[in-house]
Design a binder for this molecule. Structure first.
Ligand SMILES: [Zn+2]
Length: 318
C-alpha cells in the first residue's frame, strides 16, 4: 500500500468486514494537494448525533440578539482605512477588530443575520466595495478575499461575512500554486480536469471544475482565462464570479440548509484570478472548528497561545 500512495493516481479496493472500500489516492501537479478519497468513511458511526433542523434554527435565532454585525453601527467597529468604511448596497467593509494581518478586513455581505440562499448581489456588492478598497488602500501586496461560513468552517459569527487580507509575500499554499502553475501551465491543468470529466462550466472569463485532488469535500475551483486582477474586473465579470460562488454555495445549502463552507480567492500574474470553494460539516450545537480558510487554503495557522507562555506554564508541571 505504501508503494501505491507514492503514485500520482491509484485506486485500490478491499473489504474491512462487510464494508467495501474504494480508496483513491491523488496528487495535483499545480496545487501539490495529496488527497485520499473513500466514500465509505462518510458512513462511519458518530458518537454525537446531529441536531434537528428546528433546534439549529432556534440556536441561530438565539445568536441574533447579541450579533455585532446586525447592529454594526451601534458598536465600536473600526473603519476599513483611516478615512472610511467601504459600502455598496448591503455590503460594508471595515477593519477586523481581531486581525492576523495589519491589513485584515471584514465585509458583511447582507443585513440579514442568517441566509440559507445567497443572492448574486451579496457577492457582487462586496466585490465592488473591495475594488474601491484595493484602489485606495492596497499597494503591491498580495490580496486575498476569503469566507468562513458558520462555526464548523471556522466562523466565530453566524452572520454572513467575508474576510480579506494583504501580505507582502504570497501565503505558503499560494506560493506552491504560483510555482506549480509556472511549471505545469494553466491550459494543461484545465484540459486535464476536462479530460477526466471534471469540467462544470465555461464562462466568458472563468472556467469552473471539480478539483481532481481536493482539500475539502465537494470542492470546486474557478480560474480566469485571462490573467486579470480583481480590481480590473468589469461589471459583467464581477457578476460572473459572483454567480459562480452563489451557484456553488446554494448547491451546498440545498443539500443541507445549515451546511458550512470555506472559500479563498487568489490573484497573480501567473494564473489570473483563482478561487476554491469547499464544503464543511453542517452546523450543530456542539461543533465549532478553529480551522478556516487560512489553514485550509493558505497553509497557515493562527495561534492564540504564545509558545513562550506554554513553556513557562508546563515547566512547573514537569
Ligand atoms: Zn447578525
Amino acid at each position: 500500500m505504501i508503494l501505491q500512495e507514492k503514485r500520482k493516481e491509484t485506486t485500490i479496493y478491499f473489504y474491512t468486514g462487510e464494508i467495501k472500500n474504494v480508496l483513491v489516492f491523488r496528487e495535483d501537479k499545480v496545487t501539490g494537494n495529496k488527497s485520499i478519497i473513500n466514500h465509505a468513511r462518510a458512513l462511519r458511526p458518530h458518537s454525537i448525533q446531529q441536531h434537528s433542523q428546528l433546534e439549529i434554527a432556534k440556536e441561530i435565532k438565539r445568536t441574533e440578539k447579541t450579533c455585532v454585525f446586525c447592529k454594526y453601527e451601534e458598536h465600536n467597529i473600526p473603519l476599513a482605512s483611516k478615512e472610511k468604511r467601504y459600502e455598496k448596497g448591503e455590503a460594508v467593509i471595515f477593519q477586523n477588530l481581531y486581525p492576523f494581518a495589519e491589513k485584515h478586513y471584514v465585509g458583511i455581505i447582507t443585513k440579514k443575520h442568517f441566509v440559507n440562499k445567497f443572492k448574486v448581489k451579496h457577492f457582487y456588492d462586496v466585490f465592488l466595495a473591495f475594488q474601491e478598497l484595493i484602489e485606495n488602500d492596497v499597494r503591491k501586496e498580495y490580496f486575498y478575499i476569503n469566507m468562513n461560513f458558520l462555526p464548523p468552517a471556522g466562523a466565530s459569527i453566524v452572520h454572513p461575512h467575508v474576510q480579506a487580507f494583504a501580505f507582502a509575500k504570497p501565503t505558503p499554499k499560494h506560493q506552491r500554486i504560483i510555482e506549480g502553475m509556472k511549471k505545469h501551465g494553466k491550459e494543461k491543468w484545465l484540459k486535464e480536469h476536462a479530460t477526466k470529466g471534471l469540467q462544470i462550466f465555461k464562462g466568458n472569463l472563468f472556467e469552473v471544475f471539480a478539483v481532481f485532488a481536493p482539500s475539502l469535500n465537494s470542492e470546486i475551483a474557478f480560474i480566469s482565462y485571462e490573467n486579470k486582477r480583481l480590481k480590473d474586473l468589469n461589471d459583467k465579470e464581477l457578476k460572473e464570479i459572483s454567480k459562480i460562488i452563489t451557484k456553488t454555495i446554494n448547491y451546498y445549502l440545498h443539500i443541507n440548509p445549515f451546511n458550512a463552507f470555506n472559500f479563498a480567492i487568489y490573484e497573480h500574474k501567473q494564473h489570473g484570478i483563482l478561487g476554491f470553494i469547499g464544503l464543511r460539516k453542517p452546523l450543530t450545537k456542539y461543533y465549532s472548528s478553529d480551522r478556516g480558510f487560512l489553514e485550509n487554503y493558505h497553509g497557515m495557522q493562527v495561534i492564540s497561545v504564545y509558545p513562550e507562555n506554554i513553556a513557562k506554564e508546563l515547566k512547573r508541571k514537569f
